[in-house]
Design a protein around this ligand. Structure first.
Ligand SMILES: Nc1ncnc2c1ncn2[C@@H]1O[C@H](COP(=O)(O)OP(=O)(O)OP(=O)(O)O)[C@@H](O)[C@H]1O
Ligand SMILES: [Mg+2]
Length: 270
């Protein structure tokens, strides 16, 4: 399925990506965060267990992952392998059973529900497969929602910023449409604009192209590339093998563990 990863085991790939000093894609300005290193995102031995009728199910079995500023990382793996669980640890949508989740200066796993929501609203943009726009609000109102929630910008600035973000994703002429009047690709563009509302340094996307035709999916992927070029750091769960080869690094999850990585910045023909 992910043939391009098969000849590289994690033990070999990890030093290049996880613990090397700031590389070409991590700017010299990347300073140490409160937890003492230069990784914008760091998972340390994260375990996630769910209680089910059949007993305890371990969805993440001690995952460690480091992501530098300005990386574009693909999370790949079969259905049920733990990809969404992993990124839900980073967004704080779900909490680890044990282990640490460090994003910037924040120990995400220690935040209360209220602080988590506010922290997420300011520091992360989250993008879902099914867009999750509020159906009773226009696209512009959807984009302004995180600004309202986090009390960012003045009322007038919110409108201007919302329009600016919709323009950035090619949707300014549809700003006053309801989501139901828009195609899947248009809705996802608006959802990306919403994710950018508070100018977060990180975007986390769970199969953002999974519900789009291949041409629209490519457009969204190219948009992500432009955002990374503009300074964002992106983690994207994808089932698209081609996309996974065109990002900074692909991380393969299997059965609740990271079992392989490929750093696309180094030669892939070793
Ligand atoms: N709330 C939950 N309670 C019990 N088990 C869960 C829960 N959430 C996820 N799981 C289990 O954890 C495992 C990983 O699920 P996860 O959603 O992370 O997979 P995934 O890799 O994102 O799959 P897909 O590609 O289908 O989205 C699966 O076996 C799933 O059934
Ligand atoms: Mg999933």
């Amino acid at each position: 399925m992910f043939g391009f990863l098969q000849r590289r085991d994690r033990a070999k790939a990890a030093p290049a990506s996880a613990s090397a000093p700031a590389s070409a894609s991590a700017p010299a300005s990347a300073s140490a965060f409160a937890h003492g290193n230069e990784n914008l995102i760091e998972l340390r031995d994260v375990v996630k267990e769910y209680r089910t009728g059949a007993g305890v199910f371990r969805a993440l079995k001690g995952v460690s992952l480091s992501v530098h500023t300005h990386e574009f990382v693909a999370i790949i793996g079969k259905s049920g392998s733990g990809k969404s669980t992993l990124i839900n640890m980073i967004t704080g949508i779900d909490r680890p059973t044990s282990g640490q989740v460090l994003v910037g200066d924040t120990a995400v796993h220690t935040l209360s529900e209220n602080r988590m929501a506010m922290w997420r609203g300011r520091h992360l943009g989250v993008i879902f497969q099914f867009f999750q726009l509020l159906p009773t609000l226009t696209l512009l109102e959807n984009v302004m929602l995180p600004m309202d929630f986090c009390n960012m910008y003045s009322s007038r600035e919110r409108v201007e910023r919302g329009m600016h973000l919709l323009k950035q994703v090619g949707m300014e002429s549809d700003a006053h449409k309801m989501p139901a009047a828009c195609s899947g690709g248009q809705q996802q563009r608006a959802a990306i604009a919403r994710a950018l509302a508070n100018d977060p340094p990180i975007l986390v996307a769970d199969e953002p192209t999974g519900n789009l035709d291949s041409r629209t999916a490519t457009d969204v992927f190219e948009l992500f590339h432009r955002l990374v070029a503009g300074g964002k750091t992106i983690l994207m769960v994808t089932h698209d093998n081609d996309f996974a080869q065109r990002v900074t690094r692909a991380v393969l999850v299997a059965d609740g563990e990271i079992v392989d990585e490929i750093d696309n910045r180094v030669t892939s023909d070793e």
